[in-house]
Design a protein around this ligand. Structure first.
Ligand SMILES: [Zn+2]
Length: 298
């Protein structure tokens, strides 16, 4: 081999190596972008799946799974790709998915496909603090979704002159009416002690509830309503009613869809259907009384 030929051979090797390097770099840029895009798409989908599942958790294990799977299909995830974990006791839903992505430029270097994966966990937490609560205390019981309850009692069902009204941020029927109309603007927490507001207060009750009913302009029902519908009332859940003006401890919070206010004088009561709701507030612990917040982690 002549010196010239050996030199040419070395140059060829260098050029080839450079080409491979350039192709490799191109593959990293182009296929990397493709993989990044596919991973982001997958993450968005599993986030939505986990959130939908957690949101349906209060309705049970099967409802959570069905809700999650239906959102998966709507987000282009096949049920073969999806791994779903529904932990009803732990109030969490995990969703993960893996997908093979066909590569472009990297194929030249014999890399034909790569796997992208994504995982999300949505956890329901109980509500420990809330703003905008109606000045009503409903006595603790096993609330059933959609069932009609007296959220303010009428004659014969109250106790010791109390009908379920609470004195929040002050006493008197004018303060009660304002809180019933718009919700108490301060914060209430689980474990707080508040005073009852004795008396039936049928006039202020009817005025405030009629205003709430009139302010709903979307034809809402207890199964289909806007998130901020004025017919939704957040109330305190309490252990029982004392005699006269007395202290009660807040056990938790519940949401009701107001169906109406009926009765005159001492026989005035508010009726509402128990609903499950995601409320904005402070959270921690396990969900109770159908009011919860959802936290998404990956
Ligand atoms: Zn409404």
């Amino acid at each position: 081999m002549s010196e010239r030929k050996a030199e040419r051979g070395a140059v060829t090797v260098i050029v080839l190596a450079a080409m491979v390097a350039v192709l490799g770099l191109g593959a990293i840029v182009i296929d990397g972008g493709l993989l990044y895009h596919e991973q982001a798409k997958l993450q968005t989908a599993v986030d939505a799946v986990a959130l939908a599942g957690a949101q349906a958790l209060p309705l049970g294990h099967v409802a959570a799974r069905n809700a999650a799977e239906s959102v998966a299909l709507n987000n282009g995830l096949s049920l073969d790709e999806l791994q779903l974990g529904v932990d009803a006791a732990g109030a969490a839903v995990t969703a993960s998915a893996a997908r093979q992505v066909a590569l472009g430029l990297a194929r030249i270097l014999d890399h034909h496909q790569a796997t992208v994966g994504a995982r999300a966990e949505a956890r329901l937490s109980g509500l420990t603090g809330l703003q905008g609560v109606a000045p009503l205390g409903v006595i603790w019981q096993n609330f059933v979704f959609g069932q009609l309850y007296d959220i303010k009692m009428g004659a014969g069902s109250g106790g010791g002159g109390n009908y379920g009204a609470l004195a929040l941020g002050g006493t008197g029927s004018a303060n009660y009416r304002e809180n019933l109309r718009s919700g108490y603007p301060g914060w209430l927490h689980v474990g707080d002690t508040v005073l009852t507001e004795p008396g039936n207060m049928s006039g202020p009750t009817k005025q405030a509830i009629d205003e709430r009913l009139a302010a709903c302009r979307d034809g809402c029902t207890f199964t289909r309503h806007t998130a901020d519908c004025p017919r939704i009332m957040l109330v305190a859940v309490i252990p029982g009613l004392p005699n006269g003006r007395g202290e009660v401890t807040i056990l938790g919070f519940a949401a009701f869809f107001v169906e109406g206010v009926t009765g005159q004088g001492n026989d005035n009561f508010i009726r509402g259907r128990f609903i499950q709701l995601r409320a904005r507030g402070e959270s921690g612990g396990t969900p109770s009384f159908g009011l919860a917040t959802i936290r998404l982690t990956r």
